[in-house]
Design a protein around this ligand. Structure first.
Ligand code: DX5
Ligand code: ZN
Length: 229
């Protein structure tokens, strides 16, 4: 089963696993080690139990690093926050299909605000019908391979099949959308994810636990190996 993406594979550290008291420094550390951007996990205490941070703190990271930052909104009624995150300077905004009754409208709002529009699926959410009708508005599909809310959880292996399915869907629509995987992603499963079509790997613990530069190098070598098979 091989559906390798036409895009360069990106490693996107999740700031959730960083030391929040030194966020700018932590973000920079990952970027200097070769990360292609940063992933900001926004949680509201409703869609998921924890509360993390919002647009103002995300803006501080954008301003401190000048890097590509994508906001992963694990919040209900994401439509209310699109403007604030766009103004914060993020490149992409990803919303959950389970969090809004008006997915098509929200994706349009994100694009109208000048950002890349992403749609995320929880582990138990099926693929085809939820995505088919919004594909023309999608720049990124995020497959959750843990239940959202916390870092450091174990990868749910059934997500692999979903990655493959979405890769085929993207291809069938001749879409340029990115295929992102988030949750329990490590150098050990990076290769198989890439071979199934993932081209953006989000990783929190596997980047920030221990030596950040060595961790990113481990991701890079697994990705390279997967692409040369
Ligand atoms: C989970 C978040 C993830 C999380 C990943 O709700 O969306 O981005 O930070 O953390 P790890 O890589 O530790 O599973
Ligand atoms: Zn995330």
């Amino acid at each position: 089963m091989n559906s390798i993406s036409k895009h360069q594979v990106r490693i996107l550290p999740s700031l959730l696993a960083a030391d929040f008291s030194r966020l700018g420094e932590e973000a920079q550390r990952a970027l200097s080690a070769g990360a292609h951007g940063l992933h900001a996990d926004v949680m509201d205490g409703q869609f998921v139990p924890p509360i993390t941070f919002g647009a103002d703190i995300t803006r501080a990271v954008v301003e401190a690093t000048g890097a590509r930052v994508d906001a992963h909104l694990m919040i209900v009624e994401p439509e209310k926050q699109i403007e604030a995150f766009a103004k914060a300077g993020v490149k992409g905004i990803t919303v959950h299909v389970e969090a809004t009754a008006h997915l098509h409208r929200v994706l349009g709002m994100i694009r109208d605000a000048g950002c890349e529009a992403g749609v995320s699926l929880n582990p138990a959410t099926p693929v085809t019908e939820s995505l088919r009708y919004v594909m023309p508005l999608v720049d990124r599909v995020l497959i959750m391979t843990v239940n959202p809310g916390w870092g450091g959880q174990k990868f749910i292996p059934e997500g692999l099949d979903k990655v493959h399915k979405v890769a085929r869907l993207i291809e069938a629509h001749e879409s340029n959308a990115r295929l992102q995987v988030d949750g329990g992603v490590t150098p050990e499963n990076a290769g198989v994810l890439v071979r199934h079509g993932a081209d953006e790997l989000v990783a929190g613990s596997a980047v920030y636990k221990g030596d950040v530069a060595a961790n990113i190098a481990a991701f890079e070598s697994q990705i390279r190996a997967a692409l040369t098979v």
